[in-house]
Design a protein. Structure first.
Length: 209
């Protein structure tokens, strides 16, 4: 059964406060998103299993711990999820990177797939789906379903800010997926923006409007 983890680390909270500010510029916003992603990764990988490996130090032979089991992949949801990739790779440099592209149908308001490229043997990998914002949960749920349809089983979701509505939708649709959240906000407004939120993460990361 999946769990929901809301981070309480002071550095994460401090940096999220900084990117919420309307006067934080594009470069600082982008850099801080990557830093938050790195800190989230530290927390989200706490449950990874270890194995004993015998090595030789300059002094003697000894037994150390190394990561055990499945290889890892990170899958950002385009385009805002790209802002989190470098931060995660700083912590897991050997991870493979896939990409999922979705857009919202203007009539049905449902997410529609337009791109999906995944690493080889994705079904055998521990996968971390990345998106800075979990608002309605529609895109995140659709992206995870796309992964499951392609044989992926060990899936985690990481976001920086989440609304209660998105958490409920994702937990209901995919109860087997752990959700890692930097900050849980109050609600969605009438335009499905997270309140207090930080605006459009993609626009602020890439300097677009």
């Amino acid at each position: 059964m999946g769990k929901v983890f809301v981070m309480d680390h002071p550095l994460i909270q401090h940096k999220i406060g900084y990117i919420r500010r309307i006067d934080t510029g594009t470069k600082d916003f982008r850099d801080t998103i990557a830093e938050i992603a790195m800190l989230l990764t530290y927390e989200a990988t706490r449950e990874l299993q270890l194995k004993d490996v015998e090595i030789e130090t300059p002094i003697c032979k000894t037994t150390v711990k190394e990561l055990k089991g499945k290889k890892m992949a990170i899958v950002p949801i385009l385009r805002a999820g790209l802002g989190m990739v470098d931060g995660v790779l700083n912590m897991i440099p050997a991870a493979r990177v896939g990409h999922i592209g979705l857009y919202r149908d203007p009539k049905t308001h449902e997410p529609v797939e337009y791109y999906c490229k995944l690493p080889a043997e994705c079904g055998e990998r521990e996968i971390f789906v990345l998106d800075p914002m979990l608002a309605t949960g529609g895109s995140a749920s659709a992206a995870i379903q796309m992964l499951k349809d392609r044989g992926c089983k060990n899936i985690h979701f990481m976001c920086i800010i989440a609304a209660p509505e998105g958490i409920e939708r994702l937990s209901t649709d995919h109860p087997d997926v752990d959700i890692y959240i930097g900050a849980k906000d109050d609600k969605l407004n009438e335009n499905a923006y997270i309140v207090p939120g930080l605006g459009d993460a993609g626009d602020r990361i890439f300097g677009t409007k």
